[in-house]
Ligand binder design. Structure first.
Ligand code: PEP
Length: 262
């Protein structure tokens, strides 16, 4: 299975010029590095919607893919939803994937099970791949509720399949799970590789139980991955890549993580 390394730029960088600098730095570093083979690792970046079209234009004819960070829950296409951007609109801007359910969306925008079910449905109707984020908070981790929380969050996929059994065909290869413990995001704290591995095994088994063709689901780890710790995660066969926040804003560290998974 080819690894995935995805950079979630969040609400960064500040200006279009900074976006260009980041992107040029990344592409220059990729081309200059003879040891890095994009054939071994899928690379993707997720800029803000405002930068999607420009980033996509620059990435055309490169092996780096472009993802949105979110889409509207209200409509897959158009409508009176001020401030929203639909699945159709991000596809038009060049995104082939979207992140959904990031813990910052769950926390600051109160995204619920129903909301995420809507978003996932809209993504697949527009043939947009989904990087679905799940993970427990510090309190839930301390209370040993990780697997329970994750099962609950994964039930969005089960509900989608129950509502639309035919969608299974489009799901295979178009769905990636990112396990991101909330307490590890941007904190410098990480779970042990053993803990991540066990959790990923559970996620893979659970999703495989939803439909036959969802066996061997790609499951990424996210949460304070950096150039120094990427190797240890990459060595574990249950960890199929990384979703990277802070370290994706520097070309060198993002590429070092990608190399670890290549
Ligand atoms: C994220 O926000 O998805 C993330 C993993 O952030 P960081 O790498 O900065 O912890």
């Amino acid at each position: 299975m080819q690894a995935w390394v995805i950079g979630n730029w969040k609400q960064n960088p500040a200006t279009s010029r900074d976006v260009d600098t980041l992107l040029e730095g990344l592409l220059t570093a990729i081309y200059a590095d003879t040891k890095f083979s994009s054939n071994c690792c899928n690379l993707m970046v997720a800029p803000s919607d405002i930068h999607l079209a420009a980033v996509n234009a620059r990435l055309k004819d490169t092996s780096v893919l472009c993802s949105a960070q979110d889409i509207s829950a209200h409509s897959a296409t158009t409508g009176a939803y001020t401030g929203d951007c639909s699945a159709q609109q991000v596809v038009d801007a060049g995104a082939t994937w979207t992140i959904l359910g990031h813990s910052e969306r769950r926390q600051y925008h109160q995204e619920s099970h129903e909301c995420l079910l809507q978003k996932m449905t809209h993504a697949f109707t527009q043939n947009l791949g989904v990087v679905f984020c799940i993970g427990e908070t510090q309190t839930q981790y301390d209370a040993k509720q990780t697997l329970e929380v994750i099962d609950n969050q994964l039930s969005v996929i089960k509900d989608l399949l129950d509502q639309q059994p035919d969608i299974t065909v489009s799901l295979a290869g178009r769905l990636i799970i990112a396990y991101e413990p909330v307490w590890a995001i941007g904190t410098g704290k990480v779970p042990t590789v053993y803990e991540v591995s066990k959790t990923h095994q559970h996620i893979k088994q659970t999703v495989a139980g939803f439909a036959n063709n969802l066996e061997d689901m790609t499951v990424l780890y996210g949460g304070s991955v950096n150039a120094d710790n990427a190797d240890s995660f990459a060595l574990d066969s249950m960890i199929d890549g990384a979703l990277v926040g802070g370290a994706s804003l520097k070309a060198e560290s993002f590429l070092a993580i990608a190399k670890a998974f290549s």
